[in-house]
Design a protein around this ligand. Structure first.
Ligand code: AGP
Length: 635
């Protein structure tokens, strides 16, 4: 892969999170703030596009327009409801996490008196408690979002303190979770204030104007001078100054850098393809999916699960319905949920389930996994299940999607928009989300003690950093892909949770590099597939942890020897320190030590990187592979 592809420049800002945000201040009243905001939102649509809005500020106060739907709906609304000339603006394109994509839930969110407007990216973990406190204080809410809580808190702090930057610092200290907030206030249209914790925010430095953006794509067309912001910082921009402090008001010297990406590269976070960006987004996608799942009392909290606890307790069978990669996530979850909940879990391809007259009763719990929430095969499967009286829980990435709406409850994977057709970060988020569901069910059904659930959650919390460590070792995998550009067929083997990982690795290679690839349960080799092994046949093997069920590890080691003895090129994914595999491996891709059931979250990453790199080496369209659609909305 060339220097331009897959390499982030030294100055690159890590591009994570979900919504697109823009802030702007100029010297004089003009249409510039609105133009900059519209232009930025158009570039940021890949970060979220289920609703959008812009607010401008001038000496007469705040004026805003916001709409559910694509950005074109907002643009039309702005024609019908033109905003006045202004000196400042903030804008937002949303990827819904709390509250469906409606006009009311679109950003910006205003305070009760309309004097303060806020846009937000991230997840306020303590929004429920804060909302309750505000309602008790007589505040009326107009939306279902966590963001509106911040708008009211900020307005109350401003009324008390009188300075928007100071009020932002006071408010930020009360918020838990990941957030980027931008705010503008009617009493001073010459400044925009931002705050960030974990979610991205970067400053654009202009002449007589300054910018804030969720990433450099928001303003790189106007300036390539930028300031990087750190954790727990508040930034105040005016037309001619930028001031950065920590949440206690202590001044901070922000590092200036030059953005050496063009707009197209900026939209992909500096990567050559969305798929590379999304592979690198996986630590954040898993982290965001796990956020806010523990209530203050230490018990698991899955707010979205409207399904009555009695239904969850009494289910005598769980059936996962999904397609493609989502189905493989379901296969991984089967091992964990059966182990934790001691209830049978069947994983069915939605299009097979639908027509095989399955045994479904009102005691069947169906779990529909879908990134898009629009896969027709899966929609038809859940309709069939509900006709048979089953309860359906959707594990989806897209709020307001058909599958989310037609299910009894929806558990969201907070992976952010997945643009590349081949699914990566959604897959890891689906595993994380179904694991949360399994742990929730286990605690509810009493098959796991709360402290046991906590122990698994603690291990899950460590996974984003472990995934990042695998990504950091991507160079060796890219090199392997470069050596294998002419390969005609690749086999993938795994046992236990490694088996669906092998299937997913094969699917990635098929759909990205157009190479015949097949995933097998390693134990199946001797029942036929081993006849495929010839001199030099590449075989990826996903090896379970040697610290887990040692019989699994021994069996897979034997499988490696069996194929190696017949000339296979054994490409092994194994746990760092598992030196026993090295003797029989042509090459080893090490992953951090991880509990058996959580290992898929790291083991699949080398296979994703390999498929993506090989497709790039072959000059194929990584983001839009031939014959494929991101969402298969036909049966
Ligand atoms: C995955 O890389 C594929 N693009 C495809 O198999 C996909 O997972 C499948 O079509 C299901 O899509 P969904 O998750 O949006 O329902």
């Amino acid at each position: 892969m060339g220097a331009a592809s897959g390499r982030k420049t030294a100055a690159a800002v890590t591009v994570f999170g979900m919504c697109g945000i823009i802030g702007y201040v100029g010297r004089t009243n003009s249409d510039q703030p609105l133009e900059v905001a519209c232009e930025a939102l158009a570039r940021l649509q890949y970060r979220g596009y289920d609703s959008a809005g812009i607010v401008v500020a001038n000496e007469n106060g705040l004026s805003f327009v916001k709409r559910a739907g694509k950005l074109s709906v907002l643009e039309q609304a702005l024609v019908e409801n033109p905003l006045p000339a202004a000196t400042a603006a903030i804008g937002h394109t949303r990827w819904a996490t709390h509250g469906g994509p409606t006009d009311a839930n679109a950003h910006p969110h205003l305070s009760a008196n309309g004097e303060v407007a806020v846009v937000h990216n991230g997840i306020l973990e303590n929004h429920a408690e804060l909302r309750e406190e505000l309602i008790q204080a007589g505040v009326g809410f107009r939306s279902e979002t966590d963001t509106e809580v911040a708008a009211h808190l900020l307005a109350r702090a401003l009324a008390e303190i009188g300075s928007l930057p100071e009020a932002m610092r006071a408010t930020s200290k009360r918020l838990e979770g990941a957030f980027t907030l931008l705010a503008v206030a009617a009493d001073n249209p010459h400044l925009v204030v931002g705050a960030r914790r974990t979610s991205p925010l970067v400053v654009g430095l202009g002449e007589g104007e300054n910018f804030l953006g969720s990433d450099v794509a928001a303003f790189v067309a106007r300036t390539n001078r930028a300031l990087e912001l750190g954790q727990d910082q508040v930034v105040t921009i005016t037309a001619d100054a930028v001031n950065v402090t920590d949440f206690d008001g202590n001044p901070v010297k922000a590092r200036e850098f030059t953005v050496d990406w063009d707009v197209s590269a900026a939209v992909k976070g500096g990567y050559a393809t969305f798929m590379e960006k999304e592979i690198h987004d996986q630590p954040m996608a898993v982290r965001d999916t796990l956020l806010g799942r523990l209530a203050p009392n230490g018990r698991m909290r899955l707010d979205e699960l409207r399904t009555a606890e009695s239904v969850l307790r009494s289910a005598d069978k769980i059936v996962v319905v999904a397609c493609g990669t989502a189905a493989y996530a379901g296969h991984v979850a089967k091992y964990a949920i059966e182990h934790w909940c001691r209830v049978p879990v069947e994983v069915e391809l939605a299009h097979e389930f639908r027509y095989r007259d399955p045994v479904v009763t009102e005691k069947t719990l169906v779990v529909a996994i879908s990134q898009s929430g629009e896969t027709m095969d899966t929609i038809m499967a859940i309709r069939h299940a509900r006709e048979q009286g089953a309860k359906v829980i959707a594990v989806v990435n897209t709020m307001g999607s058909t599958i989310a709406r037609e299910s009894d409850a929806a558990l969201y994977t907070h992976a952010g928009p997945e643009v590349a057709v081949a699914s990566t970060k959604a897959f890891l988020s689906q595993i994380a989300a179904t694991y949360l569901l399994g742990l929730y069910l286990a605690e509810l059904r009493g098959t796991m003690f709360p402290d046991e659930v906590r122990a698994v959650l603690d291990e899950l919390e460590l996974m984003p950093a472990k995934i990042q460590r695998v990504i950091d070792g991507e160079e060796a995998i890219r090199d392997l892909a470069g050596q294998m550009r002419d390969v005609q067929s690749v086999l993938f083997l795994g046992r236990h949770v490694g088996f669906p990982v092998a299937m997913e690795g094969a699917l990635k290679l098929k759909e990205l590099a157009y190479i015949h690839a097949e995933g097998f349960a390693a134990g199946e080799l001797k029942h036929g597939p081993i006849a495929l092994i010839d001199e030099g046949q590449p075989v990826f093997v996903v090896v379970p942890s040697p610290r887990g069920r040692d019989v699994l590890h021994e069996k897979v080691l034997s499988n490696i020897q069996e194929v190696r003895a017949r000339g296979a090129r054994t490409l092994v994914v194994a746990e760092a320190g598992d030196e026993a595999v090295a003797e029989f491996a042509s090459q080893v891709f090490w992953v951090p030590p991880t509990p058996t059931l959580l290992a898929p979250l790291v083991a699949v990453v080398p296979l994703q990187i390999f498929a993506c790199a090989l497709a790039s080496v072959k000059g194929l369209d990584v983001d839009q592979p031939r014959n494929l659609a991101k969402s298969v909305t036909v049966e």
